[in-house]
Ligand binder design. Structure first.
Ligand SMILES: NC(=O)c1ccc[n+]([C@@H]2O[C@H](COP(=O)([O-])OP(=O)(O)OC[C@H]3O[C@@H](n4cnc5c(N)ncnc54)[C@H](O)[C@@H]3O)[C@@H](O)[C@H]2O)c1
Length: 253
């Protein structure tokens, strides 16, 4: 097991990619602190891990609340005594071009997609520095490495997340802490529900994805979990400051 004895915090772990990554890390031996603002969903992920003989506990956390992030890190230390892995995953998508996105939408994108990662990294870093090692994964998006239409709040905040990851990677490499960005493309999760409605339903979305993605399909959450395991574990031991794009070729097409 490639994460035996490690302790991981995963935000947005009540659904989709965060949930799949949390379950995969637990399967590989990590104790996982499941953080989601949806307390019921977070508890369900933790229960699934425990049923599979893994170690987990859920701490209801809205990453947009600074005090909740402090409680999360404190709770992880109280439960397991250390933090080896942070997957700061929760994010939001506010769609639209410049004149359609109101300042509140831009501000919310900044708070969740950038500031929450900043705050959480600040809170876990002293523990990782003391241990002399750690792996931080910040979920950006392939929208953090290329541009799409009418996505000013999402593209700006996701690019900022990649920039922040690279800066932190440079500054904290000397402490043995690696920091990388996870940049998925289209992954089949409820995150795309709003866009599905906007497209006119599931079939229209599937056709869009078939046309737009060189591999012609969505990723599954399990495929993204493989990249999470890679970044979290020593399999990527000489990799830091990288934006790992897993998007079926979309951003190069
Ligand atoms: N699904 C995709 O196609 C895709 C592509 C690229 C990037 N992403 C990124 O992945 C993340 C979304 O993950 P998903 O696709 O598995 O979505 P999802 O909707 O399946 O799960 C998101 C989870 O995050 C939780 N959450 C939302 N806001 C939160 C907050 N403020 N605090 C704590 N938890 C919160 C939700 O309750 C939910 O359980 C975002 O960061 C998004 O930018 C998704």
């Amino acid at each position: 097991m490639i994460l035996q004895g490690r302790v991981a915090i995963v935000t947005g772990a009540g659904s989709g990619i965060g949930r799949a990554g949390a379950i995969a890390m637990a399967r590989e031996g990590a104790a996982v602190v499941v953080a989601d603002r949806d307390a019921v969903a977070g508890e369900a992920t933790a229960r699934t891990i425990i049923k599979g003989s893994g170690r987990a506990r859920a701490i209801a956390t809205d990453v947009a609340e600074p005090a909740a992030l402090e409680r999360l890190v404190q709770g992880a230390i109280e439960a397991y005594g250390r933090i080896d892995i942070l997957h700061s995953h929760a994010g939001i998508q506010v769609e639209g071009p410049l004149t359609a996105v109101d300042p509140a939408g831009m501000e919310a994108s900044w708070q969740v997609n950038v500031a929450a990662h900043f705050r959480l990294m600040r809170l876990v870093m002293p523990h990782m520095q003391t241990a002399g090692r750690g792996s931080i994964i910040v979920t950006s998006s392939n929208s953090g490495v290329f541009y799409d239409h009418e996505m000013i709040a999402y593209a700006t905040s996701k690019h900022a997340a990649v920039a922040m990851v690279k800066q932190v990677a440079i500054d904290y490499g000397k402490y043995g802490v690696r920091v990388n960005a996870l940049c998925p493309g289209w992954v089949d999760t409820p995150f795309n529900d709003a866009f599905t409605r906007q497209m006119g339903g599931r079939e229209a979305l599937l056709e869009y994805v078939r046309q737009k993605i060189p591999l012609g399909r969505f990723a599954t959450v399990e495929e993204i979990a493989e990249s999470i395991l890679f970044l979290a574990s020593d399999r990527s031991s000489f990799m830091t400051g990288h934006a790992l794009v897993i998007d079926g070729g979309e951003c190069i097409a």
